[in-house]
Design a protein around this ligand. Structure first.
Ligand code: PEP
Ligand code: MG
Length: 574
């Protein structure tokens, strides 16, 4: 028996048969050539063939949008002129074969990305690696074949160094039951695909391929990030019980997606989803949630080479308003700056970007950019239950100025004779300690609050949310953070306005009992977590939890939060 430990990629348990997905034997040899132009021609022909095969795969997988998205991202890399100018230059300058030139540019790019901390950029580096690998296979005429061809069984678990989207699209979906990869992080494409397919995945498992053979029995627990090869009897027995529990829970969560969630003693909560990229919009399912609690608008600005026009934005907001089918749609105004930078905005280089020129600060400075967005959102408000939310507010003056500009935008639309909802609700993200401490005053000028817990934890604990070295301090069970949410909640309710949470803690199982006890009105979570969030909420007794909340808030004991909440979850069988 061998236990392989990796990162939890996608949840679920499967008992299946291992299939080794052998990395293709590609030559990276530095072969000198006498006719560089012929190499360039063969590179370009391979690029064309590979691009057509990606286009065909995208066409085949048009119902699995996560895959289409990735395949399109690969096609974009394949069209990157800067990268391929470099490859052609290596072939010409050094008179070497096309494969070697691709490999040398790939290695150069990988080295450049390796120094970066950002998980997203690391994942993009993996994409470039995959594209180069597949392109080299195309140049060398090495085909991947069907790895399932000679394997018996219908619950097949693929073991690979890494899986490209093209690899996974080529696998027979009816037999693919799990994935284990040596490489990749929790935001890798293997994970995105596994979640989209609803199968468990373990990623970043290190060198494990030598420990597995095609045909071996394997037990994969995606949530734990483990795979056991040739399990002994005792482990197999324990796994059966675990799998039954996991399957039962999954069925319960799925069935809860469409319920109106409330605690056993009748306190209701709306469970919305966070959205804000092409993928989440395409896959948005209004029937499976109570609305959109956070529509991040940055992607509209990031996909352009200049500020997006009012018309362009209006169409995107209108389409989403129509898709939400009468349920609430909270559109957050531009939250750029911090970790999100855009060339055309010419943002200053700052020593502390998270404390700098970002979000509402930038919008109140570049008022034309803000006005354009406000008009676009207002115009979309006639198509659904649209609400406007301002990020990063730290004082009353910012809120009042933002509201003033909103009124001015309404005036401009009036002059143009364009319809909009005159009473469109406007609220703020409570994501700074300043907003919490002023929440009694801010609430008087807001129609709702939404706690941005990702930033609120960061600013309350003075812990950079992206700095791995200090992640031990970025703790959602820190009582200071819980007291902050509680204070904002009390002040919102005293002013008669609702309060939601749209950071990641909205769906944190350990905290949902505390959100119920506080009386949080809305939780906005990742689409895949709506069912679980509603299920947990529906098993709780708010009255019983209120004294527990009071006791925890009066302490400073992070450990007690974990122990007590694990106890509550245990009582409901989680
Ligand atoms: C937050 O800060 O909790 C939030 C939802 O906003 P973002 O993650 O976009 O900063
Ligand atoms: Mg935020």
């Amino acid at each position: 028996m061998v236990t392989i430990k990796g990162l939890p990629g996608a949840p679920g348990c499967v008992a299946g048969t291992a299939v080794l997905f052998a990395a293709r034997a590609l030559s990276t040899e530095r072969r000198a050539v006498t006719d560089p132009q012929a190499e360039i021609d063969s590179l370009e022909a391979a690029r064309k063939r590979y691009d057509s095969s990606l286009a065909a795969l995208a066409q085949d997988s048009k119902n699995a949008s996560a895959q289409t998205e990735i395949l399109e991202a690969y096609r974009e890399i394949l069209q990157d002129d800067v990268f391929f100018d470099g490859v052609r230059e290596v072939i010409r300058r050094e008179s070497v074969c096309a494969s070697y030139a691709v490999e040398s540019k790939r290695a150069e790019t990988e080295a450049m990305f390796a120094g970066m901390d950002d998980e997203y950029l690391k994942a993009r580096a993996a994409d470039i690696n995959n594209v180069c690998r597949e392109l080299m296979a195309e140049i060398q005429g090495v085909s991947s074949g069907d790895p399932f061809a000679n394997v018996a069984g219908n619950e097949l678990v693929v073991f690979a160094q890494d899986l490209t989207p093209a690899d996974t699209v080529r696998l027979d979906r009816t037999r693919l039951a799990g994935m284990v990869t040596e490489r990749g992080g929790v935001t890798s494409h293997t994970v995105i695909l596994a979640k989209a397919l609803g199968i468990p995945a373990v990623v970043g498992a290190g060198a494990c391929l030598e420990q597995v053979h095609t045909g071996d029995g394997v037990l994969v627990d995606g949530a734990a990030g483990t795979a056991v090869v040739q399990a002994d009897e005792e482990t197999a027995r324990a796994f059966v019980a675990k799998k039954e529990k996991s399957d039962r829970q999954r069925a319960l969560f799925n069935a809860s997606r469409t319920i109106a969630a409330h605690t056993l003693d009748g306190a209701a909560v709306r469970v919305n989803v966070n959205s804000g990229d092409a993928e989440s919009i395409r896959t948005f399912d209004a029937a499976g949630c109570d609305g959109v609690g956070l529509f991040r608008t940055e992607f509209l600005y990031m996909s352009q080479t200049d500020y997006p026009s009012e018309e362009f934005q209006f169409e995107a907001y209108r389409d989403m308003a129509v898709k939400t089918a009468g349920k609430e749609l909270i559109i957050r105004t531009l939250d750029i700056g911090g970790d999100k930078q855009l060339d055309y905005m010419n943002l200053p280089k700052e020593a502390n970007p998270f404390l700098g020129y970002r979000a509402i600060r930038l919008c109140l400075d570049r008022v034309e950019v803000f006005r354009t967005q406000l008009r676009a959102i207002l115009r979309a408000s006639v198509y659904g239950d649209v609400k406007i939310m301002f990020p990063m507010i730290v004082n009353l003056e910012e809120l009042l100025r933002a509201r003033e500009l909103l009124e001015e935008a309404k005036g401009e639309l009036d002059r143009r004779g364009v319809p909009y909802n005159r009473n469109v609700p406007a609220g703020i993200m409570v994501e700074t300690p300043a907003a919490v401490l002023l929440s009694d005053q801010l609430a008087r000028h807001c129609d709702f609050f939404s706690v941005g817990s990702n930033d609120l934890i960061q600013y309350t604990t003075a812990t950079d949310r992206q700095n791995e070295r200090v992640q031990y301090l970025y703790d959602c069970c820190n009582i200071s953070f819980l007291r902050a949410v509680h204070m904002a909640c009390e002040n919102a309710h005293a002013a008669g306005i609702p309060i939601g949470i749209c950071g990641e803690t909205a769906s944190e199982p350990r905290l949902i009992p505390l959100w119920a006890a506080m009386g949080i009105d809305e939780l906005s979570v990742a689409p895949g977590l709506v069912g679980r969030t509603k299920y947990i909420f529906s098993q709780l007794d708010r009255k019983k939890l209120q004294p527990v909340l009071k006791e925890l808030l009066a302490s400073a004991d992070i450990g007690a939060v974990r122990t007590k909440m694990d106890g509550v979850l245990g009582e409901i069988g989680l």
